[in-house]
Structure formats: C-alpha cells, structure tokens
Design a protein around this ligand. Sequence first.
Ligand SMILES: [Zn+2]
Length: 457
Amino acid sequence: MKKKSYLSGVALLCLILSGCAETVPTTIPETTPAISTENIAKEEEPQTTIGNIIDLDGDGVPDEPVTKNVIPLTEPETTLPEETQPTQTEPVTTEPREARTQTPTSSNEETNPVVDLPTAPPTEPDTPEEETQPATTAVPANAVSISAEVSGTHYIGSSLGAADFTIKVTMDDGSTLTNPPGWYAAPLELTGETTVITVGYKDITGTVTVTATEKPTTPATEPETSEQAQSGAYTRIVREDGAILYDIGASVTVCVDAGHQAQGNSAKEPNAPGSEVLKTAVATGTSGVATGIAESVMNLNVALKLRDELLSRGYNVLMVRESQDVNITNITRALMGNTATICVHIHGNGVDNQSVHGTLCAVPTTANPYTTAICGDCTMLGLSIVNGICGKCGSQNRGLWGTDEMTTLNWATVPTTIIELGFMTNPDEDVLMNTESYQVLMAAGIVDGIDAYFAAN
Ligand SMILES: [Zn+2]
C-alpha cells in the first residue's frame, strides 16, 4: 500500500534525461518521437513529458526518451550508426522544486544555489569603501542581524564549503535575505569537535557553532591481496571475485560501484541475461568540461567517501573497485552487486548542452522482463537517493530515469540504481562535483537516501 502511493508519486518525478552509465543502445524503439518544433514547443508546458534526444554518454548515440517511468519494450525499428550525432534540444524543466531545501531567495531559479556563493571571506570585510558607500544602492534597508545554519555531516580535519551554509540576514524593515551575495564565513577548517565560525554580511557579524566527529578509520591505501585484514571497526576482505568487503557485522550490505575505470573495455557483452543485444563491456565515460577530470576518477573519489559514510552509519560495504587500474565488465559489476543487499552504481553525466545540470537516478521500468522482482524496490531506492542528494547538496532534482537498456540494471537481482550525481559537462557542476567538501556532501546525501529507503521498507 505504501509502495503504491510511492510509485504514483514517482510518475510525476520521472524526467527525460538519460544517464551516461553505460554505452547507450544503438537502437531506438519505434515509440521514439521525432524531434520536431512541435515537441520543442510542448516543452514549455510543465505537465507534458516529451521525449528529448540527448546523448549523455558523449558517444554520439542519442539516448532514448522517457515518458514517465515506463518505456515500452517494443521491437526496435530504427538502427542508428554509432557515429550519428543526434539533434540536441533544451532540457525539460518539470523537476520538483521542493527538494531544494537550501534555495536562496534570490531571483534566478535555474541557478544552482551553491554555485554562486563565496567560499572564502574577504580579508577585510570592513573596508573604508564599504563604510563610505551610502546604504541606498543595492539594499535600501540596513542589515540588523545575521544567523547561520550549517548542514551535513562533518569530520574533524575537513573544511566547510559554501554549500554547507544557510545564511539568513534580517533587515531593519523586517525583511530577510538568504545567502545574499557578499556573505562570508571563517574559519572554514574544522579543527576539533566544535568550531565557532564567524559569519558576516556587510558590517554585521554573528556566529555559528559546528560540531564535527572523528573521521571513520580508513583502510590502508593499497588494496590487500590477502584473505583478511583486520583494521579498526571492520574486517576488510578481498574476495575471490575481486570485490572488497568491509564487514562490521551489519545485516545490510551496500554494494558501491564506482562507474568506469582508467581504460574502457570495448569488448561486447549481452545487456541482459539471454539477450541478443550486445553492449560495450565498460565504456570510457565522460570527463569534466572545466576540470578535465575523468568521470572514472570522480566516481571513485565519491565512492570512497560513500564507503566511509556508509560504514559510519552502520552498513557493511562491498566495493566493486578502489583503484583506477582494474578491468571489470558491467555484467561482473552487476553480479558483484547481487551478492549484497542493495547496489548503487556511481556515475557523472554528460550532454552537449553545457547549461544542463542536476541529479538523477536510473532505474528499470515496469516493462522490463529481467527485473520484474526488483522493479518497485529499485524505484523506491532511486527516488530516495536522488531526493537525498538534492536535499543535501541543493542540486537540481531531475528525478528518475526509467531505462531497460542498462546492463548493470538488467543483470541485477537485488534493488539497484544508477546514480547520476550531476553533469560534468556543466562547468559549475563539474567544478563543484570535484570539490572535496561537495563530494562529502554527495556521499552523505546518498546515505540519507539509503537510510530513508530502509526506513520505508
Ligand atoms: Zn558514467
């Protein structure tokens, strides 16, 4: 019953963008709507779901459109060559807004709220220029008080980022400003269990006390090749299949797959058990348009933080990889995941349009014959996680993408989702996602979602 109402909410959240988790299929179902001016015009209507054709993998093959959470698995009719460049269209913006808990009151809805904030205080907040400026220009009212909240889980020795803060400034006319341009905070380093941080805006200041905890013990940097290595609170086991188990004696084990690897593997493998559709064993992945960082590197950096966060919240963790120098096919990754309770595949997204940003999760549809037993749970897991990330990070919530083409989903027998953290082709999001403090936030948001998933089950 609970599941039913949950699923009906899912339909509203389902969006049209696809992920770059794997090589997208070279076939497009006959239900794919043609790109036309009519379709583009319809995108203005928020209630309408239209098929976009977007190549999120950057491999030159258009991804298929998604309408709600259901993609009919009809016989493919058209076959596109690998090199075909699809027409790009603007993204649809029907994503829910309620998950953006840290949205500032400033004007631009489309701007990611965490991008524009300053990360370091000005060295001299009370400059003479500031004092001589009449208070009649940008802000007619005078600021009278400032308060701040700091969200997220923080570790001693780490630093805060702008995304961690929600700053509220109260003006003498009773109005308030949230995260107004020009706010600052210092210090940002968390050196102990509590750190008193000064926040300021123009000539007013306030303080906020941030608590931090000891960072969970991390294993030796080199993967163990021996059978077991006792370290801290968990037992680290490198299994015969190469997966690395962190066992704290919990009843739930979360498999974490950092998508891709240093070198792709162009061998072909069936995208589902018994399927004749062959897909690349491991795609190369995308890369950061601003940072130049490979998606596989970013995925691994987030996966390692996710591992630590999961352990600190009481889950066993099964890591598909902890190194770039591996060769693990998508089927193998799925089979590793099937030995855990649930599985998450960590990816970054890519699309030709650099303005596109936001977070989504890919899940199988109800029409998928290979995932009938887990489809509902995959949907609940994906929805919980995308809401968890967006709630923690303030990224644009693109909801769920239903797809029946992904090898890592089709081979799954336990609840599984592909997490597309954000778009590495959006310069701001690329920089953000490759920032240490933001990666900690993303990991915390994923575990928020996993906590919510198990709380509801
Ligand atoms: Zn990917």
